[in-house]
Design a protein around this ligand. Structure first.
Ligand SMILES: O=C(CO)COP(=O)(O)O
Length: 231
């Protein structure tokens, strides 16, 4: 019903200047394909194996996600880094696996509260993004970056637009140093308690190109309101 609500809302009103996708847990991707194929809402996965194939029981390879016509795969979400011990090196391998299978990785970076308080925000996100940039090479144009301060995820605490923009500008500069042409079109999304009432102000920032939305995406009306703000 969530997918149907999103599709109905996207179809009901013109949203010419914004695009959206739903990233679902792997068991629901067949359902995403059934409901969303041929329409304006893309879909993708929330994680992937770093291994392209082989005997890795329980893992979901990028080629399997491609079988369900995923466009996007989130890699390096802070919950993967925190609860599953994923290093930036592993996240970079996952991004490459996604690119190799013809999909777009959404590479998440973000600092914890302790890291922000210690003045390490820029060092942390630069190192997380740098590991990916080292491995993807010239395919940097084909990635999406998501800045998600860990302290803002699911907490109701949002980075102020100025705080987020500061980090986004830093990430843009890092992308520019890698490939100036690609950096102009790589989307940098903000995630962390983005809601209908703060989305417009966040996305009005010059280097915030969209949102990676958790809790508010679980209500179609809120997701659609954020999409209209993006538009
Ligand atoms: O982690 C997030 C999206 O991946 C953000 O979650 P919230 O929007 O619930 O803070």
């Amino acid at each position: 019903s969530l997918l149907a609500g999103i599709v109905a809302g996207v179809n009901a009103a013109a949203i010419p200047n914004a695009a959206c996708a739903v990233c679902a847990p792997a068991p629901y991707l067949a359902q995403c394909q059934d409901v969303l194929a041929g329409g304006p809402v893309a879909w993708g996965a929330q994680d992937v194996s770093a291994q392209p194939g082989g005997a890795y029981t329980g893992e979901v390879a990028a080629s399997m996600l491609a079988d369900f016509a995923c466009t996007y795969v989130i890699v390096g979400h802070s919950e993967r880094r925190a609860y599953h011990g994923e290093s930036s090196g592993l996240v970079a391998k996952k991004a490459v696996a996604v690119l190799d299978a013809g999909m777009t990785p959404i590479v998440c970076v973000g600092e914890t509260l302790a890291e922000r308080d210690a003045g390490q925000t820029v060092a942390v996100v630069s190192s997380q993004l740098g590991a990916v940039l080292d491995l993807v090479g010239e395919r940097v144009a084909n990635i999406v970056v998501a800045y998600e301060p860990v302290w803002a995820i699911g907490t109701g605490k949002t980075a102020t637009p100025a705080m987020a923009q500061e980090v986004h500008a830093q990430l843009r500069a890092q992308l520019t140093a890698k490939n100036a042409v690609a950096a102009e079109t790589v989307q940098i999304l903000y995630g962390g308690s983005m809601k209908p009432d703060n989305a417009l102000e966040l996305m009005a920032q010059p280097d915030i190109d969209g949102g990676l939305i958790g809790g508010a995406a679980l209500k179609a009306a809120d997701f659609l309101a954020i999409l209209h703000a993006a538009n």
